[in-house]
Design a protein around this ligand. Structure first.
Ligand code: NAD
Length: 244
């Protein structure tokens, strides 16, 4: 039980990848506080529903999780939103949403969590960037790629700046994952999600796009003591299909 006695906060806990992260953490013995707009369908030791666009909610999430769980060792900043389009197609509302959820929320949560982790002698933060923005951008998603580049860079900065406090900060950079985020994008564009996911799988050298568990396993690794010497790493999880 690698995470026995560990206390973890997971954002986006009700989403495709988030559900798997929480399920696996709890199966490995962690106590988990779940954060999402609606957490009522989730099994967890603490429920902290709310809107990540609310700065006060983000600022207080780590202390509320610590209070509910009796401490805090692990933060998983997994929540995210995707906006499609070029810069000229991007509205002010798209900007506020994407910057708010993908950049400002994890920034605020990390800022509030770092002193709590430091007071316990350290801990682990795992952010979610993307192949699109972690390492290189993809087409037609300018704002999304920019936000993921921002969280990737922030991860590298925090990885350097807080290692001396025993806090390891790393990010996972998935390529396409079979979750509501991807499937709803296909639906919006008039494609059948199952057919589109199968088609997309043909472009991946491993023969399929990722399932949420493929990403959750890497997140757990980065949060675990097995990754004890990793700080500021951007780990691409891509089935052999890098964005270049
Ligand atoms: N699915 C992919 O292909 C893919 C690829 C690369 C990176 N990612 C990243 O992985 C992470 C998880 O994505 P997913 O595919 O599981 O998506 P998802 O849409 O299934 O889950 C995202 C979760 O974040 C929550 N969330 C969004 N805005 C919120 C807000 N304002 N307040 C509270 N919660 C909010 C949603 O309610 C949802 O449960 C995201 O950061 C995403 O950018 C996904």
């Amino acid at each position: 039980m690698e995470f026995t006695g560990k206390r973890a906060l997971v954002t986006g806990a009700a989403g495709g990848i988030g559900v798997e992260i929480c399920r696996k953490l709890r199966a490995e013995g962690a106590l988990v506080a779940v954060a999402d707009r609606d957490t009522s369908s989730l099994q967890a030791e603490a429920h902290l529903p709310g809107d990540l666009l609310d700065g006060d909610y983000c600022d207080t999430l780590p202390s509320r999780a610590a209070e509910a769980l009796g401490g805090l060792d692990i933060i998983i900043n997994n929540a995210g939103v995707i906006t499609r389009g070029t810069v000229s197609e991007t509205s002010d509302a798209d900007w506020a949403l994407s910057m708010g959820v993908n950049v400002e929320a994890p920034f605020r949560i990390c800022r509030a969590a770092i002193p709590l982790l430091a007071a316990r002698g350290g801990g682990a933060i795992v952010n979610t960037a993307s192949c699109w923005g972690g390492k290189a951008p993809g087409p037609n998603h300018a704002l999304y790629c920019m936000t993921k580049a921002a969280i990737a860079q922030l991860t590298q900065c925090m990885g350097m700046d807080h290692a001396h406090q025993g806090i390891r900060v790393n990010a996972v950079c998935p390529n396409e994952v079979n979750t509501p985020m991807l499937r709803s994008g296909f639906e919006k564009r008039g494609f059948d999600p199952d057919t589109a996911v199968a088609e997309l799988g043909k472009s991946v050298p491993l023969g399929r796009i990722a399932e949420p568990a493929d990403i959750a396993d890497v997140v757990l690794f980065l949060a675990s003591d097995a990754a004890r010497y990793m700080c500021g790493a951007l780990v691409e999880v891509n089935g052999g299909k890098p964005v270049s």
